[in-house]
Design a protein around this ligand. Structure first.
Ligand code: IMP
Length: 191
């Protein structure tokens, strides 16, 4: 079965392909020749996931899903949250985003944070929503070169490595997106 993923992020596409059970084929927007930007104008993470999946559903795509992720830090009253991608500006630069968090958290002893992913799956004419969360700590400096986004400053609880120091298999097994995807896969298998 073909599932269209509403993303052009190659890191995510690789991560998700590793998780898909046999019988499913993941196609990216590029694979179907779609190169426009999908709007992400909702005020919540769930709202953005729904918006992106609905955007493709409205284009007569019968099975598709979209994800939206936010990093929520307790010491910064939930920032960057729904603004995680463009926290330090429209350039969506991962290093600048991490630097901004590190400088805002300087001297702050509350470094707890979590990643949350919401997936909206459009299939059979209905929208289904899945969530995954992983709790952790924001370190005081970047560590590791794997992964993407905020991975070098996020260390999940119970681990001594950041996400950027883990292999993609290690990260997928416990990550926010991995957990949300596992729920989506379980749902698809039950259908
Ligand atoms: P998006 O909603 O997946 O586009 O993600 C929003 C922001 O969170 C972007 O800045 C991403 O780089 C970041 N992000 C998403 N997933 C991850 C992850 O697995 N690790 C680190 N950062 C992530």
């Amino acid at each position: 079965m073909q599932l269209i993923f509403a993303s052009a992020n190659e890191h995510k596409i690789t991560e998700i392909r590793q998780l898909l059970p046999a019988g499913y084929e993941l196609l990216s927007l590029a694979d179907i020749g779609f190169h426009d930007e999908i709007p992400e104008t909702a005020e919540t993470i769930e709202g953005n996931a729904r918006l992106k999946a609905q955007f493709l559903a409205d284009k007569q795509i019968s099975a598709c899903f979209a994800d939206d992720t936010g990093l929520v830090t307790s010491g910064l009253n939930g920032e960057p949250g729904v603004y995680s991608a463009r926290y330090a500006g429209e350039a969506k630069n991962a290093d600048a985003n991490m630097d901004l968090i590190l400088s805002k958290l300087e001297g702050n002893s509350d470094r707890s944070a979590y990643f949350i992913t919401v997936i909206a799956l459009w299939i059979g004419g209905e929208m289904h929503v899945f969530r995954g969360r992983v709790d952790g700590t924001i370190l005081t400096e970047k560590r590791g070169t794997q992964g993407f986004g905020y991975d070098p400053i996020f260390q999940p609880i119970g681990y001594s490595k950041t996400f950027a120091e883990m292999t993609s298999e290690e990260k997928n097994a416990l990550s926010h997106r991995g957990r949300a995807l596992q729920q989506m896969m379980a749902f698809l298998e039950r259908r």
